[in-house]
Design a protein around this ligand. Sequence first.
Ligand code: NDP
Length: 240
Amino acid sequence: MARVALVTGGQRGIGAAISEHLHKMGRKVVASYAGNDAAAQAFTERTGIPTIKFDVSSFAACQEAVARIEAEHGAIEILVNNAGITRDGTMKKMDREMWDAVIDTNLGSCFNLCKLVWDGMNSRKFGRIVNIGSINGQAGQYGQVNYAAAKSGIHGFTKALAQEGARVGITVNAIAPGYVDTEMVRAVPEDVLQKIIARIPRGRLGTADDIARGVCFLTADDADFITGSTLSINGGQHMY
Ligand code: NDP
């Protein structure tokens, strides 16, 4: 039986590539999203992958969604916590709302969904969890104290939860993408983007497929000995 995979933020950007690659691998994928119905509809029409709308920052919404997914598709055995947002600003301009939104959406969501699938994975003695962090959680970034804190938190969260899962067949890993050519990065001013690309040893932005291939690798059934790791996929940028 095909394993059920939930990919949050799975209908566009990096998440869409992750959903499609897992689908091609034979997984039964469900892609979640926040509110972009048009993107979700177009994605399902193009790929045949079902989508579900809920706010990953709300524990109650996640609880309802996980129950629905498991009733309709089966137990979630692969979880990819990919949904994320930015609300950039220097400390001078950042307000509490920007802080909370980014922490709750990027990091709180990992707690919400891991908590809700954990008991099931434990009882089946199998689980694959991948949390999408960021190079900016490893190195920090000007104007992103909220995002860097959330992504850095994901890396710590991953290592701690991996220790709890190790004896029961649940692996928990993170991927730290560098700059990937998605809407999130296209919002960066062109001159700033050129400076960023100049700092990437590989000499280009990453693609969503580059990240998706990492997720397939870490969620394979036989990737049993890889847990608590952070896979840097950034064209060599983490070396600087
Ligand atoms: P996009 O902005 O393209 O897509 C974000 C996705 O997350 C969308 O599907 C969106 O749904 C969903 N989402 C946002 N907020 C919520 C919410 N509250 N509840 C449910 N879903 C939500 O992002 P990217 O593809 O660029 O990024 C994907 C992940 O990779 C993020 O975690 C990001 O931080 C990380 N990352 C990205 C990098 C990059 O260069 N792009 C670099 C490093 C890390 P909807 O479409 O409905 O809004």
